[in-house]
Design a protein around this ligand. Structure first.
Ligand code: CA
Length: 249
């Protein structure tokens, strides 16, 4: 799915005076600590992850305003991870790598990274690139227009706020409609709890919210029903949900 076609379900600029949240993905704990200090001093709140798995868990807890991604990670190819992360709505990814790995950085940029910085970090340059990335993803600059989303027999008109299954109008309460719309807009993509419950960036999801989301999802599943022409909501344990299928045709 092209990045530009992804809806921005929870794009919020940082509240006035609030510190933007940056998720730093880096397996070297010393570098991570340095980076954290720099960014903290520069006015950012920093969350950290030292592996791909930890990255997903961190994203499940809270959606940051930007992601700083070291391409040399132990458990996954950094460019692959970058490709997955840029598919998440509205979260710019800045990749980090040693200068001699230029090809990897180019691959990451081709995969959709917003920008790059080289190691060792130049703090002013890193901050400038973060500022630029945050400016460009400011939701005030985007217009969200209504559109018709289709997944097999399920047709959701986000502009008219109507849902039809098998050509029959179906009623779904507002929360369920919003959740289904996000899943359909981002079909195939893993959407973390924080996105689905509409948290502002950086705000953690509470257990009560995850529980409430589970109930909403089970209602939506009931409405979707099953069958070869129906999409399914797949649970990604401890992280979120994704909409899969139906097969085209
Ligand atoms: Ca590394």
């Amino acid at each position: 799915v092209p990045f530009d076609h992804l809806a921005a379900p929870v794009l919020h600029a940082p509240a006035r005076g609030a510190r933007p949240v940056v998720l730093c993905v880096e397996d070297d704990e010393t570098q991570l600590a340095h980076l954290g200090e720099h960014l903290d001093a520069a006015g950012y709140d920093v969350t950290t992850a030292t592996s791909a798995k930890a990255t997903y868990l961190a994203l499940a807890e809270a959606v940051p305003h930007a992601i700083l991604l070291d391409l040399g990670l132990p458990d996954v190819d950094g460019v692959d991870l970058c490709r997955r992360l840029v598919a998440w709505p509205g979260c710019p990814v800045i990749v980090v790598s040693a200068e001699r790995f230029e090809e990897r950085m180019i691959a990451a940029l081709d995969a959709g990274a917003r920008d790059y910085v080289t190691k060792p970090y130049s703090a002013p340059l890193l901050e400038a690139r973060l500022r630029a990335a945050l400016r460009d993803t400011d939701p005030a600059r985007r217009a969200i227009v209504g559109e018709v989303l289709v997944a097999g027999d399920v047709v959701l008109d986000s502009g008219a706020h109507e849902l039809a299954i098998d050509d029959e109008p179906v009623h779904l309460h507002a929360r369920g409609f919003a959740v289904l719309e996000m899943l359909m807009r981002n079909a195939g993509q893993l959407l973390p709890y924080a996105v689905l419950v509409g948290k502002r960036r950086g705000e953690p999801v509470t257990e009560a919210e995850t529980q409430a989301l589970r109930i909403v999802i089970s209602r939506v599943r009931k409405v979707l029903g099953t069958g070869p022409r129906r999409p399914q909501i797949v649970t990604e344990a401890r992280i979120g949900y994704r909409l899969v299928g139906p097969e085209p045709g």
